[in-house]
Design a protein around this ligand. Structure first.
Ligand code: C2E
Ligand code: MG
Ligand code: MG
Length: 832
């Protein structure tokens, strides 16, 4: 650029200098011309003066005689000057031709002077003077002529020179003008060029700068010359690009920042809304333990008041000044860098207590340190309550699983646990002694069924209370269901110590109960088993005590028995018997014997009682007394009873066909309490359908205890049986417990006086009960069957009691079917 400017200025200077030089040169020439003109004017002046003087002289010469002398001096003087002027003038009209003229004029002047001097100085006559004068005048005229000619020529020359000078001046003016115009033009061009070179890029740069200033960074200056501007433009473009890049980067960063900020704002808003939408307490705590964020639920549950809690130390905000944290999960999370949790019971406004489950989560910074801890709490009150309820329920379940629900006494499981402990101690401690008491409430079933189960429950509760009263605090009483209680007498000093305890509790049980305004009497049978080396399991003690209790029961009500080995052997025999019994059912080893029943009206056999026997392969014929009880206990009686009913009806059918002429024989079948269920109706229905016995010929014998024990179900059952033309007799009447009012409601056809009452006839007032039974039966419109009549005396009594039927060894023992058939054929009659 510098070069361009320099060259431009140099060009202007050169041009200008050239113009100036030309002008100067022209001016010099012109000046010289002008000087010549001036000189020529001076010559002209001199000439004019010469002319004037010459003319004056001439005038004088032609007119009067005047002092010519002074004029001639002038003329001469002028001539000298003229000559001098002419002498110095070499360039103008003093050209060699003119000089010659001047010399000529000078010579003429000299001649004129001489002529004049002659005239002046002539003293001759007047003629001569006139002649001189004339000569002088002629010379003078010539001088004038010459001068005039010279003047003309000089004028012409001056005009030429003047014209030349003025032309030159014009040329100079023109040159100057041209120079100026050209210089101006060049300057303009240069200016334009420079403008192009400087202003345009500058302007462009300025515009570009302005655009950049106004934010348009997409600017690229197009200047590509090799000047500084080009370089500047290049740098500017680079700078612009950098600015643009920088701006774009800034823009990007700003956009990113804006995005980030927006995201932050969004996130903040989201966080806020999230915070607000979280119904559970939520807060953020920084590493200085300052509460930096907390939602409303947190504020509410933590009962934070005012507005300045934010930013305060969380313990201080929560618990007041100078409080310290103990086992705080926030601190734990900060320390351990792990999520922590704990449950906390809080009292909220209104004094309500709520359970919170507090979770803390560490938030890590980039260095891996914990910068914040987020605390989130959940109201787990419901769950806690549920948990507590569940826990209580579980405890209850556990309690229930270990205790009897009615009495709250330990049950079998818990009792066994205690017993195991006692056994373990017994193994470790030589002199340690304990006893297991198995207690069964006598006749409880009757009592329970007659009074109702709820009353039975009341009675059981009262019994358990009395049992608790009767033993020592460290003894354990358990109820095993029903009316079975088991007691662990722990840490006895001696075996004998168990006896008074047993008697004491039996005495307590025997005390009358007051239930619903009724006085109830009961008793307890107790079996006692002491700790023994050969008892390895708790069950063994239970077994032994149970066996002993069984024996006690066998002795009647309210007794106790201490277990011994024989009892066990006997129990084993029972087990063996049970096994055999099962086998007998399978192998059909049962037989029926038929004991005739005599009608007291006719003295003839009117029917039979079917009595079961077991034809044991080894032991021979076994009496029902030996196995019926066990069959009832084991439930096998159901199968046996079904067989008996079927067989009896089958036999009855045979005899009916064989002895068609006789009035239909009755067949009495003993029914066990275990059979006294609705399916008995089904069974009877099936059998009667099969063998079609004569109406009323099938008799079912049930004991009064069975009636009482199944008081609820028995009435509809008996009613249905009655509808099927089946007679109902009460067996062994008088040996059990019966409610007479209840008996009255039942559809009973006859009472069988138990043989024990018939047997008493030999003793004093022995017939009282038999008589009472007969009277009662008759009073209730029932018939009376006297069983177990073995003697004539007893028969006489039966007669006197107006019993309708009699049965006993006196007439016949139970017979096999064939013998019974023979008896029928024989048709032997008892004298009425
Ligand atoms: P039960 O029903 O009272 O039967 C009468 C029992 O008295 C029979 O004994 C019979 O042989 C016996 N007996 C009859 N007359 C006399 C007598 O003059 N003197 C003596 N000492 N005894 C007499 P058995 O057959 O041993 O039956 C005993 C009990 O076994 C029956 O008493 C009855 O309760 C039960 N039983 C017998 N067979 C069956 C049966 O098929 N099913 C059920 N459930 N029980 C039966
Ligand atoms: Mg009977
Ligand atoms: Mg009987």
């Amino acid at each position: 650029m510098n070069r361009k400017v320099f060259l431009s200025l140099l060009a202007i200077l050169i041009f200008y200098t050239a113009g100036a030089l030309v002008s100067v040169r022209y001016l010099t020439d012109t000046t010289r011309e002008l000087n010549r003109i001036i000189k020529m004017h001076e010559v002209e002046e001199l000439r004019k003066s010469l002319v004037i003087n010459v003319q004056a002289v001439q005038n004088d010469l032609y007119t009067v005689n005047t002092p010519l002398t002074s004029n001639i001096d002038f003329i001469v003087d002028n001539m000298i000057k003229l000559e001098k002027s002419a002498g110095v003038c070499t360039t103008c009209h003093h050209a060699p031709g003119m000089k010659e003229r001047l010399i000529d004029i000078q010579n003429r002047i000299d001649e004129y002077g001489d002529a004049l001097s002659y005239y002046l100085t002539g003293s001759a006559n007047s003629e001569r003077i006139i002649m001189l004068r004339k000569s002088a005048a002629e010379i003078g005229d010539r001088v004038l002529l010459l001068t005039s000619d010279m003047s003309h020529k000089a004028s012409a020359k001056i005009d030429t020179i003047t014209n030349s000078a003025s032309r030159r001046l014009k040329e100079i003016r023109m040159i100057i003008l041209i120079t100026l115009v050209t210089t101006f033009s060049i300057s303009v061009v240069i200016a334009f060029r420079l403008k192009g070179f400087i202003v345009r890029p500058v302007k462009e740069l300025v515009n570009a700068t302005r655009r950049i200033t106004s934010g348009d960074y997409d600017v690229n200056v197009s200047c590509k010359d090799r000047t500084e501007f080009g370089e500047l433009a290049k740098h500017f473009n680079t700078m612009s690009a950098s600015i643009k890049e920088g701006y774009e980067k800034i823009n990007r960063e700003m956009a990113f920042r804006k995005q980030t900020e927006e995201a932050l704002v969004k996130s903040e808003r989201f966080l806020n809304s999230m915070f607000d939408s979280i119904h559970d307490p939520f807060c953020i705590i920084d590493s200085e333990y300052r509460l930096i964020r907390a939602n409303e639920a947190y504020v509410a549950t933590r009962r934070l008041t005012g507005t300045d809690f934010m930013g305060r130390h969380c313990y201080e905000a929560l618990h007041g000044r100078n409080s310290v944290c103990g086992g705080c999960v926030v601190e734990k999370s900060f320390r351990s860098k792990d999520p922590c949790a704990k449950e906390k019971l809080l009292t909220v406004d209104g004094g309500t207590k709520i359970w919170l489950e507090i979770y803390t989560y560490p938030v890590f910074n980039k260095d891996g340190g914990v910068s914040h801890v987020i605390e989130y709490s959940r109201d787990i009150s419901d769950r806690k309550h549920t948990e507590e309820a569940r826990k209580a329920a579980e405890e209850q379940i556990i309690f229930n699983s270990l205790h009897d629900s009615l009495t709250g006494l330990p049950n079998r499981v818990l009792f066994f646990d205690h017993l195991r402990h006692a056994m373990d101690r017994g193994k470790r401690q030589e002199d340690y002694l304990f006893a297991v008491l198995f207690l069964d409430i006598d006749r409880f079933k009757v009592f329970n069924d007659s009074l109702g189960h709820s009353m039975g429950d009341v009675a059981l509760t009262e019994i358990s209370r009395r049992l608790k009263e009767s033993v020592r605090s460290h003894d354990v009483i358990a109820r095993f269901g029903g009316d079975e209680f088991v007691i662990l007498l722990d840490n006895l000093k001696s075996r004998e110590e168990a006896v008074p305890v047993t008697e004491h509790l039996q005495g307590n049980i025997a005390r009358p109960f007051e239930i619903s305004g009724r006085e109830i009497f009961t008793s307890a049978s107790v079996g006692i088993a002491f700790c023994a080396r050969d008892c390895e399991k708790p069950e063994h003690y239970l077994r032994d005590a149970d066996i002993a209790m069984y024996y006690a029961k066998g002795r009647g009500h309210g007794h106790y028995e201490i277990f011994n080995k024989k009892m066990y052997a006997s129990a084993l025999a029972r087990v063996q018997l049970e096994t055999d019994l099962r086998q007998a059912i399978k192998l059909n080893e049962f037989r029926l014997h038929y004991q005739p029943i005599i009608s007291m009206e006719t003295g003839a056999v009117c029917g039979f009682e079917a009595l079961v026997r077991w034809q044991h392969p080894e032991r021979g014929l076994i009496s029902p007394a030996e196995f019926i009880g066990l069959a009832e206990e084991t439930g096998l009686i159901i199968h046996i009873g079904e067989w008996v009913l079927n067989e009896a009806c089958r036999q009855m059918r045979i005899w009916r066909e064989k002895f068609a002429g006789r009035p239909p024989l009755t067949m009495s079948v003993n029914i066990s309490s275990r059979q006294l269920f609705p399916n008995l109706v089904t069974l009877v229905g099936r059998v009667t359908e099969q063998y079609a016995p004569a109406p009323g010929s099938l008799v079912l014998e049930i004991t009064e205890s069975m009636l009482m024990e199944n008081a609820v179900t028995v009435l509809p059952l008996l009613s249905k049986l009655k509808e099927m033309q089946v007679q109902i007799h009460i067996d062994d009447f008088g040996t059990g417990y019966s409610s007479l009012s209840y008996l009255h409601q039942l559809p009973i056809d006859a009472l069988k006086i138990d043989r024990s009452f018939i047997r008493m006839t030999g003793k004093k007032d022995n017939h009282v009960i038999a008589r009472a039974v007969a009277t009662l039966a008759h009073g209730l419109n029932m018939e009376v069957v006297a069983e177990g009549v073995e003697t004539e005396e007893q028969l006489a009594l039966v007669k006197s009691l107006k019993c309708e039927y009699v049965q006993g060894f006196l007439i016949s023992k139970p017979l096999e079917a064939g013998a019974a058939e023979a008896l029928l054929r024989e048709d032997r009659r008892v004298p009425a």
